[in-house]
Design a protein around this ligand. Sequence first.
Ligand code: FAD
Length: 374
Amino acid sequence: MVEHVVVIGAGVYGAAVTASLTRRGARVTVVDAGAPGSGTSGATFSWTNSCGKQPRTYHDLSVASMAAHRKLAAEVPHGDWYHEGGNLEWAADDAGRAKLREKVDGVLDYGYEARWLDRAEAVRLEPDIDPAALPAYEIAYFPREGWIEPTRLIAHLLSNAVARGAELVRNDAVTGLEVTAGTVRAVRLASGRRLGTDAVVNCAGPRADRIAALAGLALPMRNTRGVLVYTSPVAVSVSRVVHAPLVHLRPDGAGRLLLHSEEIDGATYRSAGGTVEVEPSAVEQVVEAGRALYPGIRAATVESVRVGERPIPGDGLPVLGRAVELPNFHFAVSHSGATLSVHAGDLVAAEVLGADHADALAAFRFERLGPAAR
Ligand SMILES: Cc1cc2nc3c(=O)[nH]c(=O)nc-3n(C[C@H](O)[C@H](O)[C@H](O)COP(=O)(O)OP(=O)(O)OC[C@H]3O[C@@H](n4cnc5c(N)ncnc54)[C@H](O)[C@@H]3O)c2cc1C
């Protein structure tokens, strides 16, 4: 019987798994090498979506995850970390428009909400956009999408879990796992502490491969870096996620905007001192693209630039659930974790405690990654 579970990592996944386990009556110790939310979950665009996600099982998991966010936020007083403002997207050229049409047709086929707007309709939604920056037609709108504030979600989930008896260990890395006879018996920490356990959940995000290796399992990862630019507060109305050809943006609280582009992700470099830096010209470019879209943000300055590492399993899909070879070792690792974690974390937690969900996790199991994974 599973009584005590160690959850490794306190990002959105670790927090969601811990909250679900404690709600289901387990005793949980959640361990993070740093502070909760200090990993990828603290440097993410955190757009909640299932926009063009393939295959169908991944799309369905994402849609169920969006519904789980909606439900949780509605249940909790002050659950205002969740913003279902919708997402606008358009393309700059024929190839981009063809791709966007294909995406909209694909999600409509799946029964997902999407519709086409013209310029006047888009400006009604986002009145501070410069109309000249928009195409006359073919602006895709996905009304059920939005974004979350991950650190506030993590804080809610962990404080609830701690109130139910979970222990939160900060600034103490997991350095070893004691495995005997195909079972993880204990987790060792850098401080020298040893945690006896009935089950372990690997929620270490981009470092999940290292935790898997401690258990003798090879988890292939192909993580990528992403760059996010946070502006000073500006008195401009931005109410939703906007994907324009040269900039992606969304509100980030107290009037700040969060800007991203595909190009800026390629503008990182390692300094002589070994830190990851971002080319200042790339930051200026993304801010300029934001200003061209919303002229009212002309006076905005850059408050911070963060570099996050996307935790991407080898084939791009989530890795969720127990390892067949080591049945008390579980994974909760994926890109799109801002979207997926509350729902997927709940499915993983249920499995840890023996619940059977008619294998809702079948498409996401570790073993699909092939012999290299074993
Ligand atoms: C630029 C960028 C944009 C993104 N945009 C989106 C988006 O729009 N929508 C979306 O859904 N997703 C998005 N993502 C992905 C999403 O943010 C991640 O999937 C999610 O944050 C991962 O959460 P996590 O809890 O798995 O990992 P993390 O938040 O990294 O948490 C893992 C934790 O494990 C801890 N840890 C690591 N090793 C150890 C150890 N040995 N011992 C103890 N603790 C350890 C770390 O300290 C960390 O706190 C984006 C990511 C990036 C980088």
